[in-house]
Design a protein around this ligand. Structure first.
Ligand code: DX5
Ligand code: ZN
Length: 214
């Protein structure tokens, strides 16, 4: 079953709680929360106070994507604010193995994200430690960018490495430039969790948009 996780980066921040409730009504499975610090990526979005402010707007899991430097310093704050799962960038972690276990020790599924130019092979030492791998299909920092086609080869490479290791239960997430045509491509290449921001929030019917991604 494909999980659809709309990214609230593309929501109307002036009514974020209502937007989240509407996306739940429209059939979303997870809420993808893009945290950006203006250093790891050029953009700056929101942190724990905003996440806890909208926590009550939905029962859906908050899938928190930390595009921040030194995530180990604030993982506990995101968990306390209401994150249901936390994903950190390999490129932002000096001690990735320790940071992943910091998330798991808080009782949350741990994800690792790779920027487009980062090879899947770098994940080999931690594949047994992750619950999810996020293969970025755009350069992180902004919504509305175009899908990077060689991500498909990375997805196939990841899926075969997981299969070889008996780790087919690890979720494979994609994020960036996802719409009905790229959705078909990434699902065929092995993705089972799809993040979409501009396609869902830019559609006149979010329910139709979510259905079209499955
Ligand atoms: C980009 C974020 C993505 C982005 C997706 O850094 O991680 O989640 O919001 O936006 P779209 O679906 O518009 O490419
Ligand atoms: Zn994201």
């Amino acid at each position: 079953m494909t999980i659809i996780a709309p990214s609230i980066l593309s929501a109307d921040f002036a009514k974020l709680g209502d937007e989240i409730a509407a996306i739940e009504q429209a059939g979303a499975d997870w809420i993808h929360v893009d945290v950006m610090d203006g250093r790891f990526v050029p953009n700056l979005t929101f942190g724990p106070p905003i996440i806890s402010a909208v926590r009550g707007a939905t029962k859906l899991p908050f899938d928190v994507h930390l595009m921040i430097e030194q995530p180990e310093r604030s993982i506990a704050d995101y968990a306390a604010a209401g994150a249901d799962r936390i994903t950190v960038h390999l490129e932002a972690c000096t001690h990735l193995h320790r940071t992943l276990h910091q998330i798991k020790d808080l009782g949350l599924p741990a994800g690792v994200a790779l920027n487009p130019a980062t090879p899947i092979s770098l994940l080999e030492p931690v594949l047994e430690d992750v619950d999810l791998v996020l293969v970025m299909t755009v350069n992180p920092g902004f919504g509305g960018q175009s899908f990077i086609p060689y991500s498909l080869q990375k997805l196939r490479d990841l899926r075969s490495r997981l299969h070889e290791r008996g780790l087919s239960g690890v979720s494979v997430q994609v994020d960036g430039g996802i719409n009905p045509s790229t959705s078909a491509l990434v699902r065929e290449a092995g993705a089972d969790v799809l993040v979409a921001g501009s396609y869902v929030f830019g559609h006149d019917s979010p329910a139709a948009a979510i259905a079209a991604l499955r």
